[in-house]
Design a protein around this ligand. Structure first.
Ligand SMILES: [Zn+2]
Ligand SMILES: [Zn+2]
Length: 239
């Protein structure tokens, strides 16, 4: 088995009746990670070294700022920023000593990009996502109750469907995988159509003749169809 199983969280999330139960889990995973890096764990020397080395992407720095824990963030950034200053000094030194400025500038460009894009939260979330996606396919292949519960659910966003289908090859044999793909196609088609019908209802609702009729729970369909395609609680390193 390639990944540790996360059976209980998957079952709990599936019962939550959200538009994508993996999105719900990933939003929790993101909140957990933000708490982790703004909490006392970051004082641990190995965590501190990892933060200094890798840091966070712009998206997650923005989220860390919005958590409004200025002191915790300031303490963490003090050593991370010092490391940024040291690497910048080193990079400028080699840039100015180089006899091949084009090559040296390309190296400088690559190393700054790498530093700005590295993200411990994206990494943690990617590991979590892989475990959740693998567990979903694994349970489907082995547990009839899970298969039925998944079939009765609202399905998945396109992004998380992609990851689950990709990892399904590691969780079941080819014969079973064909059945899995058929069920996932039916599940997704049915739920995407449900959202399309709700979107139709919503857009028609703005016509003058429909002003008096009820919204039927379709008032935020535009948001749900967007998240159904892009997913929520995502990290950019997902591959
Ligand atoms: Zn999702
Ligand atoms: Zn990130």
């Amino acid at each position: 088995m390639r990944y540790e199983l996360e059976t209980i969280p998957i079952w709990d999330a599936l019962k939550s009746d959200s538009e994508c139960f993996i999105c719900s889990l990933m939003q929790e995973a993101q909140a957990d990670s933000l708490r982790f890096y703004l909490g006392s764990s970051v004082m641990n020397p190995s965590t501190r070294a990892a933060v200094n080395e890798t840091g966070f992407c712009a998206h997650h720095y923005d989220m860390l700022i919005k958590e409004e824990k200025p002191h915790a963030l300031a303490v963490m950034e003090k050593s991370h920023f010092q490391q940024t200053i040291d690497s910048m000094d080193k990079a400028f030194d080699s840039l100015l000593k180089s006899h091949n400025p084009r090559k040296a500038l390309a190296f400088f460009d690559g190393s700054v990009k790498k530093r700005n894009e590295g993200c411990l939260i994206c990494q943690r979330m990617e590991e979590r996502l892989n475990r959740y996606a693998f567990t979903t396919a694994y349970l489907w292949a082995r547990d009839e109750d899970f298969r039925k519960a998944l079939e009765a659910s609202k399905g998945l966003c396109l992004e998380h469907l992609r990851v689950i289908l990709k990892l399904s090859s590691d969780a079941m044999d080819a014969r079973l995988q064909k059945l899995f793909l058929e069920q996932m196609r039916d599940l997704e088609k049915r739920n995407f159509q449900r959202l399309m019908d709700q979107l139709d209802w919503m857009t028609d609702q703005y016509k003058a003749e429909n002003r008096e009729r009820p919204w039927n729970g379709c008032e935020n369909s535009q948001k749900r169809i967007i998240y159904k395609q892009t997913g929520q609680g995502l990290c950019k390193t997902t591959s």
